[in-house]
Design a protein around this ligand. Structure first.
Ligand SMILES: *Cc1c(COP(=O)(O)O)cnc(C)c1O
Length: 457
């Protein structure tokens, strides 16, 4: 076709949608990002209300400068993970290389649905996930797939477990600790199973599933059992279930073991903290969330299987409109169809960190948690913690933890410190997650002083 034909074609894209403008736009965005980044420490982790920008497209498209102006309130109104006082949740500042990986991923716009749309990136995902699975002890055949967050990964694993065990048509049940994540309840809903089929096993005083109680409950069970879930890092206090004894029970009874390692599994990538998640590699399936502790830009999550073939057996439909896959299409291995190549930012982030960087991230968070626990220990508090980097506490005296937690959280926010306020067994707690590498002794000391003052009121 000649260019004159294109010119005459009324629907051709305006030329400024093409790449020279894109590069200029990225340059401008980087300049703005630099400025926002310099100011991040001065803004609060949790900003006050900011007016929304217009949402509908303007009659004429905006140029780069106007676009950046419109982005400004969006940035100012957003949760600010870069602030050293951001310690409320498992949402740390992103690893820099993973942010660059996210940009390049969007620019490539490959599709993990099918190999022909992501030829190298599909291989990279398989190779990296196999390396991680082997490193976490799942064995030589292990591998898996990335999906959009830990919830989707756990649902993927449990649907696979049910299919592999031939329970698709049955009212199967699931066993987990009373402190398990709400994604298990969602999984039952997705699988069309009654909520009561999530059988909750009591925890011991340290928040860990009690294997003896599990074994007793399994012995009495009358319905088929889809899987047992051990949590490697509970959301409230970071407790790690005793995976070894649970794995023994599962082996003896021939049951599928899923480990929800959304928080703690990354300890297995460190050189000094593997013992905190001991025996995790005995799982049949495992959820790992590098978006949490490792700070890979969201979303970054994977489900790993001892026998990854189970994914294809469960989810292949097959994709008849694609060239045949050399190994397997991503779209045949999980719930999602079209999917970005999130492996790129994970791979780049891990390469940037190196083994030493991974160890430092883990060491730093665990050290900060230790410092906070020690500083809080003389105070009259009920403290919940575990082997990881999460610390929860409330006043030991009877009285409303609701009013105390709300007031103290406000006071902390006024000083640029954001803690969360989980409800756990009828009491409100304040919860600190120490995974933000920018959080220092200064922030921890202010938390302790503020909490101490709140108790003497
Ligand atoms: C965060 C979390 C999940 C779910 O992960 P998402 O990425 O938020 O979907 C599952 N289990 C535990 C223990 C978690 O803390």
């Amino acid at each position: 076709m000649q260019s004159t034909d294109l010119d005459a074609f009324p629907c051709s894209l305006p030329p400024d949608q093409h790449s020279p403008t894109m590069v200029a736009l990225i340059r401008q965005a980087v300049t703005w990002l630099e400025r926002w980044h310099e100011e991040a420490g001065q803004r609060s982790p949790l900003p006050g209300p900011v007016a929304l920008p217009p949402v509908a497209p303007a009659p004429w498209g905006l140029d780069a400068t106007r676009l950046m102006e419109e982005l400004d309130p969006v940035v100012r109104g957003s949760y600010n993970p870069w602030h050293p006082g951001a310690m409320a949740h498992l949402d740390p500042p992103p690893n820099p290389a993973s942010v660059v990986g996210e940009l390049i991923c969007a620019w490539l716009n490959n599709n993990m649905l099918a190999e022909e749309l992501s030829p190298l990136l599909s291989q990279l995902e398989r190779r990296l996930l196999r390396w991680i699975a082997q490193r976490l002890g799942l064995g030589d055949d292990a591998g898996g797939i990335m999906a959009s967050g830990g919830t989707v990964c756990t649902i993927t694993a449990l649907v696979t477990a049910r299919h592999q065990r031939g329970l698709d048509e049955q009212q199967a049940c699931l066993y987990a600790s009373a402190d398990c994540h709400n994604s298990l309840a969602k999984a039952l809903r997705v699988m069309g199973l009654p909520a009561a089929n999530l059988r909750l096993v009591p925890t011991d005083a340290t928040g860990r599933l009690d294997p003896h109680r599990l074994d007793q409950a399994l012995a009495r069970e009358t319905e088929p059992i889809l899987a047992v879930v051990a949590t490697a890092g509970t959301t409230i206090r970071g407790a790690v279930d005793p995976i070894g004894p649970i794995a023994d029970i599962c082996r003896r009874r021939g049951l599928w073991l899923h480990v929800d390692g959304a928080i703690g599994a990354v300890c297995g990538l460190g050189q000094r903290h593997q013992g905190r998640v001991a025996h995790m590699g005995r799982a049949d399936s495992l959820t790992v969330n590098p978006q949490k502790w490792l700070g890979i830009a969201k979303t970054s999550a994977m489900v790993l299987l001892r026998q990854p073939r189970g994914l294809v057996d469960t989810f292949a439909t097959p994709l008849s409109y694609m060239e045949p896959a050399r190994v397997a299409h991503g779209g045949d291995c999980g719930l999602q169809g079209t999917r970005p190549a999130e492996v790129l930012k994970l791979w780049l982030g891990l390469r940037q960190l190196g083994q030493h960087g991974i160890d430092q991230l883990l060491d730093g968070a665990l050290h900060r948690a230790r410092v906070l626990r020690q500083a809080l220990s003389p105070l009259p508090l009920v403290m919940l913690s575990g082997d990881l980097h999460i610390v929860c506490f409330r006043p030991g005296a009877t009285g409303s933890s609701e009013a105390w937690s709300r007031h103290t959280r406000e006071q902390l926010l006024d000083q640029g410190l954001m803690l969360s306020r989980p409800l756990y067994r009828g009491h409100r707690y304040l919860k600190a997650v120490l995974g933000n590498p920018f959080t220092g002794v200064e922030q921890i000391a202010t938390v302790v002083d503020t909490v101490s003052a709140s108790l003497s009121r």
